[in-house]
Design a protein around this ligand. Structure first.
Ligand code: NDP
Length: 244
């Protein structure tokens, strides 16, 4: 496999694990996130695992940085086979706390960031007449829980965006696959970054009891990529067996 895969939010968690699993297959990985030190280290690890890697400091809320990430992929490897819209944040709290800064950040990162990624990758994929967009939604994009309004709304939006894109590309003269992945509780930095201490405590207990290793999601993403090109795995929910 020598596919060119662009990953946003590659500096930790699902993005990092996916880069590593694809590297073992000789993947050409283009890494984007805000923490440069982590990207630099990961690029080295990807190379040691048998892949190729370049990186660019990318804040997905900044359209020009997302466009630059796509250009880096084209300039370095000449194509984009897969674009993984993975970057996301979850600073959740009940609405009475009126954490408007977090509401804005969630919407900018989890919704607009995904659309900027699609906008950056799609013109190249139309030129190639092929490609694969993978968006990371969440079980929270299927099930409502109190205290999670902005995040859940963002992940429902990701599913809406994914299926709209699927319908659009299916009608054009291109072979572009769209996969929406909705993970349940996965052991990453996501929960530890919650600013609201009550929400963090509640979720941390849940994650400590149920969360599954991040490598399971990375493997799922790899399996969706490895699927025959005329077949798209459109919707995947993957969660701990015991998660209700
Ligand atoms: P992590 O916190 O470990 O990873 C999130 C990644 O997103 C980091 O690499 C972070 O890097 C990056 N990121 C955050 N904001 C931005 C931004 N503005 N621009 C670019 N990159 C950004 O958590 P996960 O790996 O768990 O999260 C990955 C995705 O999985 C998210 O979309 C999340 O919502 C989703 N998800 C996670 C679940 C879980 O249980 N862990 C469950 C369901 C979905 P940096 O700070 O360097 O920019």
């Amino acid at each position: 496999m020598s596919k060119v895969i662009v990953i946003t939010g590659a500096s930790s968690g699902i993005g990092e694990a996916t880069a590593k699993i694809l590297a073992k297959d000789g993947g050409k990985i283009v890494l984007g996130a805000r923490r440069e030190d982590k990207l630099k280290k990961l690029a080295e690890e990807v190379k040691n695992l048998g892949g190729e890697a370049v990186y660019s400091v990318t804040d997905v809320t900044k359209v020009e940085e997302v466009e630059a990430l796509a250009k880096l992929a084209i300039d370095t490897f000449g194509k984009i086979d897969v674009w993984l819209n993975n970057a996301g944040i979850m600073p959740s709290s009940p609405m009475i706390k009126k954490d408007i800064k977090s509401w804005d950040a969630i919407i900018d990162t989890n919704i607009k960031g995904v659309m900027y990624g699609i906008g950056a990758a799609l013109p190249y994929m139309y030129k190639q007449k092929s490609g694969h967009i993978i968006n990371i939604s969440s079980v929270a994009g299927h099930i409502i829980h109190a205290g999670n309004a902005a995040y859940a709304a963002s992940k429902w939006a990701v599913r809406a965006i994914s299926d709209t894109l699927r319908q659009e590309v299916a009608q054009d003269n291109v072979n572009i696959r769209v996969t929406n992945v909705s993970p349940g509780a996965i052991n990453t930095e996501l929960v530890s970054s919650l600013p609201d201490s009550e929400s963090k405590k509640r979720l941390q207990q849940f994650y400590d009891a149920y969360a599954i290793p991040v490598e399971r999601i990375a493997l799922t993403i790899k399996q969706a990529i490895d699927m025959d090109e005329d077949t798209a795995w459109n919707e995947i929910i993957i969660r701990p067996t015991k998660q209700v």
